[in-house]
Design a protein around this ligand. Structure first.
Ligand code: FES
Length: 127
């Protein structure tokens, strides 16, 4: 082989599947909770912010107003892992979303997908 040793080719071939696995893990399919499953206490979701609960992002933009989104970035499907103040943050390429799911910063161009939720007493439930 010219310039590239057989060893280099073999090492390169071994690295590619590992990188592919990591990407797959970041973008695993969301497992939405069953309808009626309690996701969180309303008191656990800060006003003007939110929280990631499993595969759902719960937000409370205003006192007593709750919203839910599937915790997957609309850019390339990375798992959303945090809410920083009033911004939902994607750890992969820097997209940010408002508490209503709208894109605040790209590269994502589409809003987050809503996850159906409802409030039952002091609990937020799926569906
Ligand atoms: Fe979220 Fe790319 S997957 S910014």
């Amino acid at each position: 082989m010219s310039g590239i040793s057989r060893r280099t080719v073999l090492i390169g071939a071994a690295v590619v599947p590992v990188a592919a696995c990591r990407t797959e893990q970041k973008t695993r399919a969301a497992k939405l909770p069953a309808t009626g499953q309690v996701l969180a206490a309303t008191a656990d979701i800060p006003v003007g912010s939110g929280k990631v609960v499993g595969d759902v992002v719960l937000t409370q933009p205003q006192a007593g107003v709750f919203d839910g989104f599937i915790a997957r970035c609309t850019h390339a499907g990375c798992v959303l892992t945090s809410v920083d103040g009033n911004t939902i943050v994607c750890p992969c390429h820097g997209s940010k979303f408002d508490l209503d799911g709208a894109v605040a910063r790209g590269p994502a161009t589409q809003p987050l997908v809503k996850a159906p939720i409802s409030v039952n007493g002091g609990s937020i439930v799926a569906g």
